[in-house]
Ligand binder design. Structure first.
Ligand SMILES: NC(=O)c1ccc[n+]([C@@H]2O[C@H](COP(=O)([O-])OP(=O)(O)OC[C@H]3O[C@@H](n4cnc5c(N)ncnc54)[C@H](OP(=O)(O)O)[C@@H]3O)[C@@H](O)[C@H]2O)c1
Length: 212
């Protein structure tokens, strides 16, 4: 049953779904590059359709890779300008994570009564590497990475710590936009309203058919 029909109120909306490092350029059924479609556009549409029910805060689960993403990637979602043969899965991931941070900033302006933050949970041992290596290599990597990466529970705690903080910063004139490891951290794109607006407008154009 659709979420909208199921519930009258949503206290916290956490936008978490994501894919990383899809090896070759794949398009969604609507024709948008898959990292952009899953990591940003789906969340954009989900938010637009649910936001009237959200009461307290929204979290976009971003990543430290956002720093390597382009602020104008929305103008080249399908790599036509860069050249489809130049497609790089980690660059596409970084672009989508930049979109997460810009989207969080835009939400704060579009929905001032709700706090929206982008949260980087740190390096967490999950299934996110599923596109990056064969299953056998993933198994070998896991044995090493489990000593340096966080567990999924620890990653979730970093998200929840940032979420808990939204209650105490709600009255601040300029509350934090970005959290790393559960603590506020400055985002490099904090004042880039041009890029955030551009992303918003283009995303709206892309999902317009589903907004009515
Ligand atoms: N792991 C890290 O070190 C790390 C670091 C920074 C940020 N992040 C971010 O954390 C978030 C969660 O990733 P994770 O590490 O937990 O990876 P994960 O174990 O691969 O989980 C990804 C989640 O996204 C869902 N998903 C993927 N494609 C989808 C689609 N097309 N439609 C709906 N749901 C879809 C998956 O659902 P199914 O299982 O049903 O496919 C799964 O629940 C992502 O946004 C990622 O960028 C992770």
């Amino acid at each position: 049953m659709p979420v909208n029909a199921q519930t009258a109120h949503i206290d916290y909306l956490i936008l978490n779904a994501g894919v990383m490092n899809i090896p070759s350029l794949e398009l969604s059924s609507d024709g948008y590059e898959m990292h952009f479609a899953v990591n940003h556009l789906g969340h954009y549409l989900f938010t637009r359709r649910l936001v009237a029910k959200v009461r307290k805060a929204m979290i976009v689960v971003g990543s430290g890779f956002y720093i390597m993403g382009a602020t104008d990637a929305v103008d080249d979602v399908n790599w036509d300008r860069r050249g489809r043969d130049k497609y790089d899965g980690m660059a596409a991931y970084a672009d989508s994570k930049m979109a997460n941070t810009l989207f969080a900033a835009a939400c704060n302006r579009h929905y001032p009564s709700i706090r929206t933050i982008a949260v980087n949970p740190g390096a967490v041992l999950t299934e996110l590497m599923r596109h990056s290596a064969t299953p056998a290599t993933q198994n070998r990597l896991r044995k090493v990475l489990k000593h340096v990466f966080r567990s999924p529970a620890e990653g979730a705690r970093a998200v929840l710590a940032a979420l808990a903080d939204t209650a105490s910063t709600v009255t601040q004139k300029k509350p934090p936009l970005y959290y790393r490891d559960g603590r506020p951290s400055r985002a490099v794109v904090e004042g880039d309203t041009f890029a955030a607006d551009r992303l918003w407008e283009e995303s709206e154009n892309m999902v317009r058919a589903y907004l009515a």
